[in-house]
Design a protein around this ligand. Structure first.
Ligand code: NDP
Length: 316
């Protein structure tokens, strides 16, 4: 084995909440745990400005701050976090797994997939052209550029509603459209949007085109599905929150549901022995920070048991 080839106890692909929680629990269980993260620790929650429902915090904490705490806590117990992209997870004949990374080749008896999900795009004319010029998928990142301006939010889930509330602190002129006649978001967040005087809610609406002068957005073509009416309205920015698709390409051999999410049992185990999945990439009914953190803890515990059993067998 070369210097660059390492055998470790557990490989965790993805350094979001689920992956970092798994790393912390695995490291505390005395496993040599290695997290591989493409960007920065935190994943999806890095975009969340005020988290007010993660247990234990009386005042809201930012996603960035919470991610940092997760990462530092995992490292404190001995987990190692590597940054850079990772090649496909390969299954070896002996049941172990190997990945190629920018830090070399790693092999482990267990892998926890925590790769999350990728944001969806609408696919309407003007969306790509005006990305970075008014079309955004992150209110925390881009909202402050549109202080006091007229903003359109598209989507009906927790993200669209939560981000509308954030944007309503920056401007009195937020319009949120949703294709259905009621929000999918949790009732508490949906109700705050519907009662916010800076946010106008329009159900049964879709966006058909984003128009501008090449440098900035000027108008959006909207369609009222109920009245079957299409009209143009002036907007300065369009924030799109229409969900996400699971990132499973690294483990295309794992069994998924019809929407592409990895199927696990209650121990976060997939159909492949030694392969676990946690957080937004798995088929879970509720995607929250607290559930992702819980997934990570369960997976690390189950992986630890799995590794112990393997070691036991090896000694027989
Ligand atoms: P969701 O999948 O929950 O919602 C996506 C929304 O976008 C749905 O209302 C959907 O409509 C709509 N949509 C999808 N495709 C289109 C399209 N092509 N055109 C128009 N509308 C479309 O995604 P979220 O990102 O909101 O949330 C993802 C997960 O993260 C959820 O589990 C959520 O609970 C969680 N989350 C939690 C937060 C918190 O706890 N504070 C904050 C943010 C997210 P339809 O309803 O018709 O399907």
């Amino acid at each position: 084995m070369s210097n660059k080839e390492k055998n470790v106890d557990i490989i965790i692909v993805g350094g979001g909440v689920a992956g970092l929680s798994a790393a912390q629990y695995a490291a505390r269980a005395n496993l040599d745990a290695h997290v591989f993260e493409e960007m920065a620790p935190g994943g999806t929650i890095l975009n969340v400005d005020d988290l007010e429902n993660y247990p234990g915090f009386e005042t809201p904490i930012s996603g960035f701050e919470l991610s940092d705490k997760f990462a530092r806590q995992a490292e404190q117990f001995g987990a190692k976090i590597h940054y850079g992209s990772v090649g496909n997870v390969q299954r070896n004949d002996d049941g172990s797994f190997t990945i190629e990374t920018e830090d070399g080749i790693y092999t482990a008896p267990a892998v926890i997939v925590a790769t999350g999900a990728k944001r969806r795009e609408l696919g309407i004319p003007g969306e790509v052209e005006y990305q970075g010029k008014g079309v955004s998928y992150c209110a925390t990142c881009d909202g402050p550029f549109f202080k006091g301006r007229k903003i359109l939010v598209i989507g009906g889930g927790d993200a669209a509603c939560g981000e509308s509330l954030f944007l309503s602190k920056l401007t009195e002129d937020v319009v949120i459209i949703h294709r259905k006649e009621r929000f999918r978001a949790q009732k508490s967040i949906a109700s705050m949007v519907e009662h916010n005087e800076n946010v106008e809610t329009r159900f049964s609406h879709i966006a058909k085109e984003i128009k501008g002068d090449g440098n900035k957005i000027l108008k959006v073509t909207l369609h009222d599905l109920e009245k079957n009416k299409t009209y143009d309205e002036d907007f300065d920015a369009v924030f799109i929150f229409i969900g996400s698709d699971p990132r499973t390409s690294l483990v295309s051999f794992a069994k998924t549901d019809e929407s592409g999410y990895i199927i696990t049992n209650e121990k976060m185990a997939t159909n492949i022995p030694g392969l676990f999945a946690v957080g937004d990439v798995r088929n879970t009914p509720f995607r929250q920070i607290v559930t992702s953190a819980s997934d990570g803890a369960i997976a690390a515990h189950a992986a630890s048991e799995y590794i112990d059993e393997l070691k036991g067998q090896a000694y027989v």
